[in-house]
Design a protein around this ligand. Structure first.
Ligand code: HEC
Ligand code: HEC
Length: 239
């Protein structure tokens, strides 16, 4: 009895998985990712000290422009946009400051600890002066941690994410257009909420489209997204 119930469960699971794959390949990729639902028109982006931002702009032009391009717009497959509205909205100062300080080992992003905290803060002020959406970082970082199943997450990662982020989330070095989301450099700084929001809503005007809502390139449920996060957390230890 128990055994046939188990078989039924497995078969139903397979059918569901297959039909989900079907939907996904039928859905044509769309241009713009949906804006975060919590971004109400009334809420304003954070204000920045203009003198500090101007100092940061000079430092940016000396240290970062070669890869991240003028005004931080990025270059697909080479360096991500640093002025993307969704990125700035969910990035805490801690995330930005420590990413710039430590860089991302095994990627093209070098460490800038030698600049010192004050200069790095000025660069962050320059980046924030481009913000168009309210600062949601505290709320996003306070989201619950993923309780997902890494084995299920791996399926989705291999099917969907690996195309752009590389087989083990190695990023650009694997020839993809997405960053190295399977490496410690990213995973040690990003909260589960940050990763969840990025998967759900994507980043407008980049190849990173969201995975929920009518404009999604494929619809992933909240639990499937958490399965992917759980899988990502296991990737660095395998390499
Ligand atoms: C030699 C090229 C290069 C230079 C110079 C460089 N970066 Fe980067 N940066 C990269 C790459 C490549 C990545 C993506 C790494 C990955 O795959 O995770 C990145 C990622 C980042 C990220 C993470 C963005 C995200 O989407 O999560 C931030 C923040 C950042 N860089 C800031 C800076 C700042 C500020 C400077 C100058 C002080 C700078 N970078 C200089 C290549 C560079
Ligand atoms: C069509 C290509 C593509 C696909 C498919 C894709 N991504 Fe991305 N992803 C990108 C690009 C490009 C970026 C960087 C955007 C930028 O330049 O700001 C990105 C950024 C991200 C980031 C932020 C990383 C950082 O460095 O801050 C996360 C997290 C992420 N993607 C997760 C995923 C997951 C999980 C999947 C699968 C469900 C996925 N992506 C599928 C292209 C893609």
């Amino acid at each position: 009895m128990a055994r046939s119930a188990f078989t039924f469960f497995i078969l139903t699971g397979l059918v569901l998985l297959l039909s989900a794959c079907q939907q996904e390949s039928d859905a044509p990729p769309k241009k713009d990712a949906a804006a975060p639902a919590a971004a109400t028109p009334a809420a304003a982006p954070p204000t920045v000290d203009p003198a500090l931002a101007a100092q940061g702009k000079d430092l940016y032009n000396q240290n970062c422009i070669f890869c991240h391009q003028a005004d931080g717009i990025g270059k697909p497959g080479f360096a991500p946009s640093l002025v993307n509205p969704e990125l700035l909205s969910i990035s805490s100062d801690r995330f930005l400051l420590s990413t710039i300080r430590d860089g991302r080992e095994g990627t093209g992003m070098p460490p800038f600890a030698h600049l010192g905290r004050k200069k790095i803060e000025a660069i962050v002020a320059f980046l924030r002066s481009h913000a168009k959406l309210p600062d949601r970082a505290a709320e996003v970082d306070a989201e619950p941690r993923s309780q997902g199943d890494p084995r299920l997450g791996r399926f989705w990662f291999d099917q969907i994410c690996a195309t752009c982020h590389g087989e083990n989330g190695d990023g650009y070095v694997a020839g993809g257009t997405g960053t190295a989301i399977g490496k410690e450099g990213f995973l040690s700084k990003a909260s589960d909420g940050f990763i969840r929001e990025t998967i759900k809503y994507g980043r407008s005007n980049t190849r990173m489209l969201g995975f929920t809502g009518p404009d999604a390139m494929a619809n992933l449920s909240d639990s499937e997204i958490d399965d992917i996060i759980a899988y990502l957390r296991t990737v660095p230890s395998k390499n």
